[in-house]
Write a protein that binds this ligand. Sequence first.
Ligand code: NAG
Ligand code: NAG
Ligand code: NAG
Ligand code: NAG
Ligand code: NAG
Ligand code: NAG
Ligand code: CU
Length: 592
Amino acid sequence: MAPLKMLLLATLELAALTRAAHLKFELDLTWKKGAPNGVERDMIFVNDAFPGPALIMDEGDEVSIAVTNHLPFNSSVHFHGIEQKGTPWADGVSGLSQWAILPGQTYTYKWTATQPGTYWYHSHDKDRIMDGLYGAIQIRPSSDRDSPFSMISNDEADIEAMKEAEKNANLVMLSDWDHLTSDAYMHALMETGYDIFCSDSILINGGGSVYCKDPEELTALQPPQIRAVVTEPLTDKGCDPFMDVLQGTWPHHPEKLPGGLNSGCIPSQGANATFQVNPDTKWASFNFISAASLKALTVSIDEHPMYVYEVDGHYIEPQLAHQVPIYSGERYSVMVKLDREPGVYTMRVAGNGNQVISGFATLNYEGGENNQRESVPYIDYGGVNTTASVIPLNTTHLPPYPAVLPAMEADDFHLLQLGRINSSWEWTLDGTAFLPANLAAMEPALFDRKAPGLESALKIETKNNTWVDIVFQLVIPEPTKLQPPHPIHKHSNKAFLMGAGQGKFAWNSLQEAAAESPESFLETPIYRDTFLTSPAGEAWIAIRYHVVNPGAFLLHCHMETHLSSGMGLVLLDGVDAWPEGAEHVGESFFHS
Ligand SMILES: *[C@@H]1O[C@H](CO)[C@@H](O)[C@H](O)[C@H]1NC(C)=O
Ligand SMILES: *[C@@H]1O[C@H](CO)[C@@H](O)[C@H](O)[C@H]1NC(C)=O
Ligand SMILES: *[C@@H]1O[C@H](CO)[C@@H](O)[C@H](O)[C@H]1NC(C)=O
Ligand SMILES: *[C@@H]1O[C@H](CO)[C@@H](O)[C@H](O)[C@H]1NC(C)=O
Ligand SMILES: *[C@@H]1O[C@H](CO)[C@@H](O)[C@H](O)[C@H]1NC(C)=O
Ligand SMILES: *[C@@H]1O[C@H](CO)[C@@H](O)[C@H](O)[C@H]1NC(C)=O
Ligand SMILES: [Cu+2]
């Protein structure tokens, strides 16, 4: 056997060496019936799969991805976290980087896999992520990249095993799932006036179930800090009751609430995803991607500590944790040692604060199928640690590896006021101006950044090769006590989280703030593409980014209902170096 295996390996390596740097993918979008959690509904499939197929490539590859829209509505596909340097036509936001792809049309996205790591693709039209349009992207690092695995173990064999595990990573798409289509879900918000954020299931790689439990039991599982505000019992779906502290005092129409949406749980069963691992490989990598539309999540794998080594597609100095919080759009890749007795271990993905709910998958050791022992959880059904020795990931300590630093000072400063506007469910990034509701039907801003449709939009214009600071200030009017943490996603290149603080940001620049309130600033800024605002009352976070890629990009909350209701703005980046003739280039990617 051995010589054969070696031969096979040799052939594979040769294949890798001679492999074309151009990769072609085709994604075919269709609208069909499916039942990921046992309940049938209309949903989106990509190449007949849900989630869509993973796009796996190597650093440096040039990829072309032909998306054919067989859906009964407009669409586009965004490649989340891909910097699109020099390819602003391929960012996939209709109204900004391209015309929408009409039913029957094909648009070919072309970009270069410049940065290794874990990314994903998803719909960027209305809130169609809720209908299932998403899939993973993995860009495997080139062999000369310095990896941080020697900070996990100094044993050469271990480091080699981790590199192999990274290459053959288990891509884990986490999502929340609803029995209503995205249109029906949004309609329920508009009709009732409520901010509804209740899901039927948590799915792991598209598999899950509806679990119903006694409301009393669910209420007891709610994290204590949330319980302090949400004093009434949860519903039988583990969802928050409609209280003024959460919803404010705008007009509401409870009689228009669809049955089963916030309460009225009916159990159903789908499959649990399984991850087969071979303990001989010693290490396994799990690359978590949150495609959740509404839910904050926490992940853990029973009895398996995780070394978090990559955040939003960038290496960090590995951090040991037993549970990792993950918000919409974020990615965390973790290295796990396969040193437990062969058996079956549960992966748990629980709601983190805004619903008591869980989804499950299993880690199956080869040769452990007959082991009947139940694995011991680090977290319960509500996402709370089961013992005091459980280590949560410290999300303010994620040093990039190798170190990446922002400029010491920025050229430009923007302070945004985040909050609800006009109703419980409508959100804004700055208090007044909205992202135009008809964005997807507009002429792309990339083609004409002075287009009349953009006039009313909230936007930030920048010059190329400048550094820009943006502060996100939460505004919490009485009687509401909380805002959900907003995962703010920046398209194109990554940014730095510089600091965070309570109360009002009372300065005119980050330099000024850092001088007066140094404790609010991170010693090691965090380098990523999704930034979480604080859930704890009036508070702010500050980010800094380098403008390197002229084009029209979105900055927005990744909670689908928030983005749909207006929580986004347009970054017109590098207007002094704006691409010439963008329209002609853009049109060339379409074919019927
Ligand atoms: C999935 O895993 C959970 C937790 O272990 C279990 O309760 C449930 O029955 C499993 N579902 C299926 C279909 O096996
Ligand atoms: C969970 O962790 C917290 C903080 O470390 C600790 O105070 C608490 O007791 C833990 N919960 C349990 C059930 O041990
Ligand atoms: C988390 O990291 C920050 C930044 O390094 C540090 O100040 C803080 O003490 C850490 N928190 C915990 C609980 O370790
Ligand atoms: C809020 O509602 C008022 C009254 O209907 C309307 O004039 C205004 O445009 C709305 N604000 C936004 C930002 O949509
Ligand atoms: C679909 O896109 C076209 C062309 O961009 C636009 O005219 C139309 O209004 C869009 N349809 C919807 C329902 O948004
Ligand atoms: C924009 O600035 C970046 C950083 O200096 C530079 O690499 C890039 O070439 C510039 N782009 C254009 C189109 O000038
Ligand atoms: Cu939000």
